[in-house]
Write a protein that binds this ligand. Structure first.
Ligand code: GLU
Length: 503
């Protein structure tokens, strides 16, 4: 029988969420929505040494910004609450003990110092130390000590851990929805710690498997993991039939190819590797896509295509289109190279397709004094040249403020010869126009230019100097119709009055 689709995003709050983590969350979300399933958010915070205050809030806010909705979990609740592992600590010991009783795990009493000393001894002999079948019966463990001794040590408060008893020389066969069939010999693996008495907490492996089972997770879609141990844990618990399907995602690679994309790459090449700006408790900061001016839709679109392809040429996808098209079969096995320019390209595409009303809502807060209508019109005229909302001021400021200085190059080129006299004439033509709409102004001014035999380029560039103050901006009639007759004449007068023509 097909199980209901239940997936989870299970980050550890150890710092800001890397964009690779956002992609993992996104693929889980798309898969859940595609199959009418449930998206769970579980916070895996059992490693108290790596816990960073603020990281969980950062994760929640990032998912919200991205539009990745959580159906069940931290911040939402649900039938398997609590979803924060530190609040589930009572659950895990029972399962660790169950594995000891069934012979799949054992108590180990060695201290960190003893293990260190042992490791050094091995190194001195040129060998690497592995805590595994070769040594576990020689160390103070429940495999070497008597039952009474073990009980006595626990009773008197000695510290202990429970370790997984990794079988010797067995082949673990794993089937991954992305990687395919993988086999690993258990002799290459060590006896991982599952539970520590010191902080009365499970390690990641135990908590992860137990929670996936208790939360009835059907598919585990995540980054690189120690998979064989997880397969064996399901077997050890007798849960093989209920084991989720696994899908291990490809790495996000550096723009140069080799290796995992890191914050250092971003710092060096000038792009963020985190969704939101981050400030650590010790004051270190990292830039984020949101604060760098990216639209969440563009960011998500870009991320979705880093490791998944739709099998067509289509590049622009709304969240709904991603949901409709997503499948794990089209996730690639090999790493996906991050391309900072492509991220900008996606943002520009979204910028160009935004309506004036959408642009107004985003641009108006930057302009403050300007109405929504004007903000939207200005942004709409110039959006094709913008990548970020923050580019818009530079591209549209002349709609709102008259030039107070004139670009030297433009002035040198056009503010000379007959042009000042021509501009004076043009002023009179403009002063005589009542309907200052784009089309009407263009028709009349062009008629006048033709009749006079003037050069269109000379007239327009001189007018541009008056209205924009530089050799940039949209068509001149976009500007005249936007700023209106009075302001157009005022700017022409300003130039005539304030700038001495050159030779
Ligand atoms: N807490 C793990 C991590 O952040 C989750 C791995 C998993 O999804 O199973 O890497």
């Amino acid at each position: 029988m097909e199980r209901p689709v239940r997936v989870r995003f299970a980050p550890s709050p150890t710092g800001p969420l890397h964009i690779g983590g956002v992609r993992t969350a996104l693929y889980n979300y798309l898969f859940a929505r595609r199959h009418g399933g449930t998206m769970i958010l579980r916070i895996e915070d059992t490693d108290s040494q790596r816990f960073v205050p603020g990281a969980e809030e950062y994760i929640l806010e990032s998912l919200k910004w991205c539009g990745i909705e959580i159906d069940e979990g931290v911040g939402v609740g649900g039938p398997h609450a609590p979803y924060r592992q530190s609040e589930r600590r009572d659950i895990y010991l029972k399962y660790a003990k169950q594995l000891v009783e069934s012979g799949w795990a054992y108590y180990a009493f060695d201290t960190a110092e003893e293990l260190d000393a042992l490791r050094k001894e091995y190194e001195a002999r040129g060998e690497t130390f592995a805590y595994n079948y070769s040594i576990r019966e020689k160390l103070p463990t429940s495999l070497s000590l008597s039952k009474e001794e073990v009980a006595a040590r626990i009773a008197r408060g000695d510290q202990w851990v429970i370790r997984f008893k990794m079988p010797e020389n067995e082949i673990v066969e794993m089937d991954d929805l992305i990687r395919g069939h993988v086999e690993v010999n258990t002799s290459t693996l060590d006896d991982k710690v599952l539970y520590k008495s010191a902080d009365a907490l499970p390690t990641y492996h135990l908590a992860n498997i137990v929670d996936d089972r208790l939360m009835e997770v059907s598919h585990v879609i995540r980054g690189e993991e120690w998979l064989p141990l997880h397969y064996l844990l399901y077997r050890a618990f007798g849960w093989t039939d209920l084991q989720p399907r696994f899908a291990h995602l490809p790495l996000l690679l550096k723009p140069t190819g080799g290796g995992k994309l890191s914050k250092r790459d971003g710092d060096k090449m000038g792009f963020p590797v985190f969704p939101l700006f981050w400030k650590s408790p010790t004051g270190e900061t990292a830039r984020g896509y949101r604060e760098d001016g990216y639209f969440p839709e563009a960011f998500i679109n870009m991320l979705a295509l880093l490791g998944w392809n739709p099998g067509t040429e289509q590049e622009i996808f709304s969240m709904q289109e991603l949901i409709d098209n997503f499948s794990l079969e089209r996730v690639s096995k090999s790493g996906a190279r991050f391309q900072p320019d492509k991220a900008k390209w996606f943002n520009a595409q979204y910028m160009h397709h935004k309506s004036d009303a959408e642009l107004a809502a985003l641009y108006q807060p930057i302009l403050r004094e300007v109405s929504d209508e004007l903000a939207g019109r200005a942004a709409g005229i110039m959006k094709e040249r913008a990548t970020f909302i923050t580019d818009l001021w530079d591209l549209t400021s002349f709609f709102f403020v008259a030039p107070t200085q004139y670009d030297e190059k433009q002035a040198k080129k056009y503010w000379k010869g007959d042009n000042p006299a021509m501009l004076r004439e043009l002023r009179e033509v403009l002063a005589g126009i009542d309907d200052f709409s784009l089309e009407n102004t263009e028709r009349i001014v062009h008629g006048w230019i033709e009749q006079k035999g003037y050069s269109l380029g000379q007239v327009m560039n001189t007018l541009r100097l008056a209205l924009v103050g530089a050799g940039k901006g949209p068509g001149m009639y976009d500007v005249t119709s936007f700023i209106g007759k009075e302001e157009t004449l005022r700017r022409i007068d300003n130039l005539l009055r304030n700038l001495k023509p050159g030779e």
